[in-house]
Unconditional design. Structure first.
Length: 123
């Protein structure tokens, strides 16, 4: 077997951002991740959906912040020292609240990943 054949036989991989709460992890495809904002101060949006915790004004734009614990019924501690993983979807942004420091992992493409978030569904 030559080097080209060996590379073709390697499984394709996907890189995911892990974030969430001490009790539960969520995953976001690396291609969506634009930035991680530390020590976020969010402003409430009256009348918005229950899972939207608030919004972060940044660089002249408002980024809605999604609290996945409301959608997935996860017990969580009081929100303090939170981070926000900002996903870029086309020309829009959406943030996901995280109580853990986000990090990246790599999986083979053929491995199914539970709790993979599609940010387009929450815009």
């Amino acid at each position: 077997m030559n080097i080209v054949q060996a590379r073709q036989e390697l499984p394709k991989q996907k890189r995911l951002c892990v974030f969430g709460f001490p009790e539960r992890d969520f995953f976001l495809e690396e291609a969506y991740v634009g930035e991680v904002v530390e020590n976020v101060s969010l402003f409430p949006i009256p009348g918005d959906a229950d899972y939207r915790f608030g919004a972060l004004p940044t660089r002249g734009k408002i980024i809605p912040a999604v609290d996945l614990s409301k959608i997935y019924h996860v017990e969580r501690q009081a929100l303090k020292d939170i981070r926000m993983v900002v996903a870029h979807v086309d020309d829009r942004k959406i943030g996901f609240i995280s109580q853990i420091a986000p990090y990246f992992v790599t999986f083979d493409d053929d491995i199914a990943v539970d709790d993979l978030i599609d940010p387009r569904s929450l815009l």
